[in-house]
Design a protein around this ligand. Structure first.
Ligand code: UD1
Ligand code: F6R
Length: 371
């Protein structure tokens, strides 16, 4: 049921404050005078000790689910101190990459039925790794075959382009990082700040959804473009990849998400006064590096659309022509949840304006059950 919305994708974008609330329901402990703030993931409690002892984490998924894992990687590395390797499921299988008994392999999948991810799971099980699922569909193959896991509880996602599952996956994996890092005193203040940030996140998503009309205006400006670039780094490298995936798969416009740190190693050659470029420059430890990326793109007359936190316009705006997307600021590791929303809205409006099928993009299926 689409309710008052015209498309499922639109409905699912706008229901993210609610889907995120259900993802967190019953899993966050606010703490009090005697008890500290905490995260409780029922599905992991019997395995948490062995997970903490693992030598390496492998994040395995496809498409949007891979991007969600990429967004959560830095906080898992920070809070656990354990290296995290990213694997696109098909590529791990193509290489038969080494997987060990001391590894924890985390399988991220909305449907829980994606063939590549499922085959990678069989492979990791054969190699003796501890296998953890981050899934939406209860009773799905990946949820059943993993040793343990976390249901993201985002509710049924109907639009082929994944939106609310993406933000719930990031939150579920941030909670995973908090649970794994929960045995050390040294990061308690950081963990408390993230937990407070999680409680407030649905409200912040509600705020950023107010950019809907602004994103529609931006889509009108970009509707006839041939291509689009998106630059991000750190926590928001994933935002650039996922924003680009949304635009290409539904609006059928060639869009590339790129690591800003790689800009000078090739992509800069593409920059001219015609190609529109989205640069994500919200506040985190990479902010000053993104400021210099903006300066360099501006120096080459790049057509810039800069995403920044409210109040930062003057710090990121090199010229009159720069277009801004101002978003509310949240804890750095949660900022990808906020930052993807305007890009989801942009992809949606571009698709409608370009006259393509929003919920059923050409050649794509919701659940890819063959390799
Ligand atoms: C569970 C119940 C939830 C109930 C709550 C009350 C289910 C599906 N969930 O939620 O309805 O309100 O207890 O305490 O009945 N799992 C995997 N792989 C996955 C995902 C999950 O193996 O990819 C396993 C988990 O390890 C766990 C079970 O499935 O054993 C349920 O997971 P989850 O729904 O996340 O657990 P709870 O949040 O505790
Ligand atoms: C993009 C999209 C796909 C899926 C991918 C994995 O919007 O929907 O890239 O994310 O096919 O699907 P799941 O998460 O079901 O394993």
């Amino acid at each position: 049921n689409k309710g008052s919305f015209e498309h499922y994708m639109q409905k699912e974008i706008h229901e993210q404050p609610e889907s995120l609330t259900t993802t967190m329901r019953g899993r966050l402990i606010r703490g009090g005078s005697s008890k500290g703030k905490n995260v409780l993931l029922g599905g992991l409690k019997d395995h948490l000790m062995s997970i903490r002892r693992s030598r390496r984490f492998l994040f395995i998924g496809c498409g949007t689910s891979y991007n969600a894992a990429l967004a959560a990687r830095p906080i898992l590395e920070e809070l656990s101190g354990i290296p995290v390797t990213m694997e696109i499921a098909s590529d791990l299988l193509d290489r038969r990459g080494p997987v060990y008994r001391e590894d924890t392999a985390v399988f991220v999948s909305q449907s829980g039925e994606t063939a590549d991810t499922l085959n990678a799971l069989e492979y990791a099980l054969d190699n003796g790794a501890l296998c953890v699922g981050i899934t939406n569909a209860v009773g799905s193959a990946i949820a059943r075959k993993t040793h343990c896991g976390v249901h993201i509880n985002a509710g049924c996602e109907i639009g082929v382009a994944s939106t609310k599952a993406y933000t719930s996956q990031i939150v579920a994996m941030a909670m995973l990082a908090l649970a794994i890092g929960g045995d050390t005193i040294s990061n308690q203040a950081r963990r408390d700040a993230i937990i407070d940030g999680l409680f407030d996140l649905p409200n912040k998503v509600r705020e950023v959804l107010k950019l809907d009309q602004e994103m529609k205006d931006l889509a009108e400006q970009l509707v006839a473009e041939q291509s689009l670039l998106m630059f991000g780094r750190g926590y928001n490298y994933a935002t650039a990849l996922e924003g680009a995936l949304k635009v290409k798969e539904v609006a059928l416009m060639h869009t590339e998400g790129m690591l800003a740190g790689e800009m000078k190693h090739g992509p800069l050659a593409l920059v001219d006064e015609n190609l529109p470029i989205v640069v994500i420059a919200t506040r985190d430890s990479c902010f000053s590096k993104q400021q210099s990326v903006i300066q360099q793109l501006h120096a080459r007359k790049g057509r810039l659309i800069v995403m920044c936190n409210r109040g930062d316009a003057a710090s990121v705006c090199p010229g009159e022509a720069t277009r801004l997307i101002e978003v509310p600021q949240v804890e750095d590791c949660l900022q990808p949840v906020i930052n993807i929303v305007p890009l989801q809205l942009l992809a949606y409006h571009l698709t409608v304006l370009r006259g393509y099928n929003v919920d059923q993009p050409r050649n794509l299926a919701k659940s890819v059950t063959t390799e």
